[in-house]
Design a protein around this ligand. Sequence first.
Ligand code: AMP
Length: 300
Amino acid sequence: MSVLIVGSTALDSIKTPKAENPRLLGGSASHAAVAASFFSPVKLIGVVGEDFPKRYLQLYKRHRIDLQGLQMMPGKTFHWSGEYEANMNNRRTLLTELGVFETFTPTLPASHQKDPFVLLANIAPSLQHHVLNQMQRPKFVVADTMDLWLNIALPDLLKLLKRLDGFVLNDSEAHQLTSEDNVFAALKKIHKLGPKYVIIKKGSHGSILSGPGGFFICPAYPLHKVVDPTGAGDSFVGGMMGYLAAAPGVIDDNIRRAMIYGSVVASFCCEGFGLVRTTKLTRSKVKQRVKELERLTRFD
Ligand code: AMP
C-alpha cells in the first residue's frame, strides 16, 4: 500500500559549527518521502518554484516517489535556513521564506484520494486540513507539527487533532501544548485532544509511544558523530509510515517495529547534510542497524 505525504518541499540553507551548506534539498515532506520510499510506494503533495533545481526532481524520481501531486508554480521555492549550536541539538531558525507555499491549495489527483496511509508532515495546519478533506476514508492518518503552528495556528491545530489517528511531536512542543513537564502526563493530555496514538520525540534520546497497546520506549541509534540533524524527525515519521504501509496485519501489532525502522532511518539522516546520507541508504543497511538496536536493547 502506498503512503500519501504532504508537507514542505524546500531549499534548506544549513549552518553547523563545522560547515555551511546553502540550498540543499529539504522540507518535511522531502525527508519523510525519501525515508518512506525504502519500504513502500510514496505519493508526494507539495509545491516548488521556478528556482527548484532539476537534479532534486531527479532525486525524488530515483526513489520512485510519485510526483503527480508536486506542482511547479511561478515564484520561489520555500526557503528555510537554520543554524546549530556546538551541541548539535539547539537550533535557531535564521529565515523562513514561504514563497510558493503562501498560496498553495492543492487539488489531489483522483488516484491519490483513496490512499490508506496519510502523513500530514509539518506544514500549516490549514493545509493539512485541506489535504485531509479530500481523502476518502483513509485507514491511518498521522500528523507532525512544529512550535510555529502552536504559536500562530493553535485553533486549526486543535481541530486537526480531533481528525487524526496519530500525532507526532517533540518534547518541547508537547510541553508547549499541554504545560506539562512530565512526558507521561503530557501524553495523557494529548490523547484527550483526539489522537489514539501519540508519539513524543526526544531527539538523541529516542521517542515514546502511547497507544491502545500501552507505552513503547523506542531507542535512538547511538551515533558518535552528528553532521546535521535537520529532517531527523521527518525521516523518523516517514520511515515509520512507510513501514506500516508495507506491513501486513493491524497497526497496533506493527507500530513498535515501525518506530524502530523510523528511528534507524533518522539516524542515517543525521550522518550527512540534508538528504545526502539518506539518499545513499539501502534496505540491507537499515536492517543491519535494526539488528544492532535489537541487540542493544535486549534483556531477559
Ligand atoms: P526537523 O529537523 O525534523 O524539524 O525538520 C526540518 C525541516 O523542516 C527542514 O527541511 C525545513 O525545510 C522544514 N521546515 C522548517 N520550517 C518549516 C515550516 N514553517 N513549515 C514547514 N516546514 C518547515
